[in-house]
Design a binder for this molecule. Structure first.
Ligand code: NAP
Length: 545
């Protein structure tokens, strides 16, 4: 966004006035809207999507599904809202998830306060009035006291390949896959990207496409998912655990129902192997998030666990040298970036109608009128191209909006130089801008999203309530408070081996983006405690007027 900051005096008149604008109608936005309304605030939510769902509205590509268990992805603030919904599987697919989000919206009666097909483009803080003027691409100008971002950490798609407009076949990004689907039968289909998204697409369309070519750059650790269908009895069983889940999930390391249960030092090599095998067989993310926490701190432990996973992958790839070289990571540790669950993904590459192209040392040069050309001039003729090339995570959703805080400072410029926040909840220089799923909180990556988004929206709701109760109108982090949080974040991050791996976790997939581990890695439970302590102490890291 290149628009320069308008003088506040030159702002056109507002078309409406509210107490809070909520950006986004996904998991965070819906709950934030509900909570602020309950507090009596006039709230308007905006979403560029055509309906509720956030990431689950946009990402409707073939095979999109949870790899958090459905029953822990639900909101835990309302027992009957929880229990009146039943999942058909342990890891449900996107259509069912979207239906659940509609169910929540309708139960809470939220729709009337959400404006869809509307993108927020500009937000200017007026220091004299202590209010934001929020502009949309539909011509709205909303005068609001609070501007709350629930834009999601993975909502700004990365478009980094030349020539997308030249292609004469069908080209889609995974994050805007057509709702009606694409006709792939008999077609030559190319998929670029083997992250969590690409994997789900590849395993779903292999066999449906006439021929599938996968363009793979960085190898990716994967774990097989076990996804049982739920009987009514199974549903009753997890619902009966509601209280237990509500007690445990918010306090675990990653907001899942399980936690690191084993100490590496206390086990013999045989015991470690047996534990790894047992949790691998669970078919969930347990091997990553409930095995040995030492994996994140010790290269030695990481290497043993990484080799365990590599062994499983090599076996499934039948030790085929090309497949193993292209798909099995060797130069970074298991779990140092997002581990996807998959269903028969690796086996896809044994099919005769699937080709795997390694573009690590021979990158994609461009998309042409008829296919994909590599740097050495090799050309792959294609009818359909699906780009699953990832996102400008954590910051992209907000830096694509022209957000101006005190003195006209630009959030895009500031985050373009250095990514700093106060607990991922606010930013110095931007009073009454409150944020979820932005960097320096676990919700920027390392969390079961609903767990963290509930916690952050609840914290914001309470911060607004406290402010109003004291007759104050603005809340903004202090420079010192922000410095202290950034320092703490760095200290925690640098104690782990996670920042040694190049991935979107560090912003390294976006050229020029400042490097910083986006997610706070001190643990979801610890983060929650620190947020609670901040509020209980009267918000010492903030100025409240
Ligand atoms: P991603 O993990 O960033 O993967 C993007 C893929 O595209 C990588 O393989 C990347 O290769 C490749 N790529 C990007 N630009 C390329 C280029 N110019 N040439 C060749 N390859 C290129 O993105 P994602 O798969 O969309 O996943 C993002 C996150 O979304 C996940 O980590 C996860 O947190 C979330 N997600 C969750 C679920 C779920 O809950 N079930 C499903 C999907 C996604 P390099 O690695 O070499 O850059």
């Amino acid at each position: 966004m290149t628009t320069s900051a308008p003088e506040n005096t030159r702002e056109p008149a507002a078309t409406s006035e509210v107490d809070a604008v909520v950006l986004g109608a996904g998991v965070a936005g819906l709950y934030q809207l509900h909570q602020l309304r309950e507090q009596g605030l006039r709230v308007r939510a905006f979403d560029a999507a055509g309906d509720v769902g956030g990431t689950w509205w946009w990402n409707r590509y073939p095979g999109a599904r949870f790899d958090s268990e459905g029953y822990i992805y639900q909101y835990l603030f309302d027992e009957s809202l929880y229990k009146d919904w039943s999942w058909s599987q342990k890891f449900p697919g996107q259509p069912e998830i979207e239906r659940w989000m509609h169910y929540v919206t309708d139960r809470l009666g939220l729709r009337e306060d959400i404006q869809f097909n509307t993108r927020i483009t500009v937000a200017n803080y007026d220091e004299d009035r202590g209010r934001w003027l929020v502009h949309t691409d539909q011509g709205d100008i909303v005068d609001t006291q609070f501007f709350i971002s629930c834009a999601g950490m993975l909502s700004a798609p990365l478009k980094n390949i030349r020539g997308t407009d030249d292609f004469r076949g069908e080209l889609v990004f995974s994050s805007s896959y057509p709702a009606e689907g694409l006709e792939l039968a008999g077609k030559r289909v190319g998929v670029v990207g083997i992250g969590a998204t690409g994997i789900q697409i590849i395993q779903s369309i292999a066999g449906e496409a006439g021929h599938l070519t996968v363009f793979a750059r960085t190898p990716q650790y994967t774990l097989p998912m076990k996804n049982p269908t739920y009987s009514e009895e199974d549903q009753q069983a997890y619902k009966a655990r509601f209280e237990e889940l509500r007690e445990t999930i918010p306090h675990t390391f990653t907001g899942f129902e399980y936690d690191f249960e084993h100490a590496w030092a206390d086990c013999t090599p045989e015991q470690r192997e047996a534990i790894l095998e047992e949790i691998y067989q669970d078919g969930s993310l347990k091997l990553w998030l409930a095995g040995f926490g030492e994996m994140f701190f010790s290269e030695e432990v990481s290497e043993v666990i990484s080799e365990f996973v590599r062994g499983k992958m090599r076996e499934r790839l039948r030790h085929d040298p090309h497949l193993v070289d292209t798909l099995v990571p060797t130069d970074y540790g298991f779990g140092t970036h997002r581990v996807p669950l998959e269903n028969g993904y690796l086996e896809v590459y044994h099919r005769d109608d699937v080709d795997l192209v390694n573009v690590r040392n021979n990158p994609i040069a461009q998309i042409t009128a008829t296919g994909i050309e590599l740097e050495d001039g090799t050309h792959h003729e294609l009818d359909v191209i699906i780009l699953a090339t990832g996102f400008d995570a954590g910051t992209g959703a907000l830096t694509r909006i022209d957000i101006r805080g005190r003195d006209g400072r630009s959030l895009a410029d500031e985050w373009g130089r250095d990514i700093r926040t106060t607990m991922g909840l606010a930013k110095y220089g931007y009073p009454n801008l409150l944020t979820t799923a932005v960097p320096l909180a676990p919700s920027a990556a390392l969390c079961n999203m609903t767990t963290c988004l509930q916690q952050q929206t609840e914290w914001i709701t309470n911060a607004v309530k406290d402010l109003r109760a004291e007759g104050k109108t603005t809340i903004e982090p202090t420079a010192e408070g922000e410095d202290a949080w950034v320092e703490h974040h760095e200290e925690v991050a640098s104690a782990t081996i996670v920042p040694r791996t190049t991935s979107w976790y560090l912003g390294s997939n976006v050229p020029g983006k400042p490097r910083r581990l986006l997610s706070y890695i001190g643990g979801v439970g610890t983060y929650r405690q620190k947020c609670d302590e901040e509020a209980a102490a009267g918000y010492p890291a903030f100025t409240r007027r």
